[in-house]
Write a protein that binds this ligand. Structure first.
Ligand code: HPA
Length: 243
């Protein structure tokens, strides 16, 4: 079964009807929202809005462990994390949809592992390839089928938020090799890998990152851009194999 974690701008998938909602308790507390189970062509999928159904949970307060645990419990084997991001590289202008292949983690103080010695013994996942290549490929193929242009690689820089970045921070991230900046990509991707879930990210560029444009970032413009781009994301998701 395919799971979709919706980010800012995607709190439901139009065209896919939800049949039931389930509250799932986890050893880490409650996930961001009840899991929403829907069906397409006889195949079940699960949807979870990362920031809660009413978009009240800020990035640094998201219970990523509970979210991934709940999805795993529900039988999900593959998860797509949809995420709004800022564009750093020149080919990642607002409106771009990117399927990143690398991550740099700048977050701190988040519960970021199931293997913390208390709950699970110490263990280390291999994370050189942070996203599932197979699922990335399926997303790219679905985008082609949908006629939606996507950038097929890029490095996602995960920041702590909830504030946006300074211009100097973005320059540093650019020197590091980050193409995109967002606040929720980690520890989500690492937890999914620890849980044995095949995970890929569908990043939606909502704005130029700080200093990449002459104008300061406008939250209103971000909202408008996401309204437009999420329609394309849904077109891609509608063409994914839900199994
Ligand atoms: N920075 C961090 N997260 C974001 C941004 C940004 O510019 N835009 C959307 N999410």
């Amino acid at each position: 079964m395919l799971g979709v974690i919706g980010g800012t701008g995607l709190d439901r998938i139009p065209g896919l009807s939800i049949q039931r909602q389930e509250h799932i308790a986890t050893p880490f507390g409650a996930p961001s929202a009840p899991l929403a189970f829907g069906e397409r062509g006889g195949e079940l999928f699960v949807f979870l809005p990362r920031h809660g159904g009413d978009h009240r949970i800020p990035p640094h307060r998201i219970n990523f462990r509970a979210n991934i645990w709940a999805l795993k419990e529900s039988g999900v084997k593959r998860v797509i994390g949809v995420a709004a991001v800022g564009g750093i590289s020149h080919n990642m202008q607002p409106g771009s949809i990117v399927i990143p292949d690398q991550i740099i983690d700048y977050t701190y103080g988040r519960e970021h592992s199931f293997f913390d010695g208390d709950f699970r013994p110490v263990d280390h996942i291999e994370f050189g390839t942070p996203y599932c290549e197979q699922l990335r490929g399926e997303l790219i193929d679905a985008a082609t089928l949908a006629g939606v242009e996507v950038v097929t690689e890029g490095c996602y820089g995960a920041t702590q938020g909830p504030r946006l970045e300074t211009i100097a921070e973005i320059r540093k991230m650019q020197r590091d090799g980050a193409d995109l900046v967002g606040m929720t990509g980690m520890p989500e991707a690492a937890l999914a890998k620890e849980a044995g879930i095949c995970y890929a990210c569908c990043a939606v560029v909502a704005n130029w990152a700080a200093g990449m444009d002459a104008e300061p970032i406008s939250l209103e413009a971000i909202g408008q851009q996401l309204d437009i781009s999420m329609e394309s994301v849904c077109q891609i998701l509608m063409r994914m194999d839900m199994r």
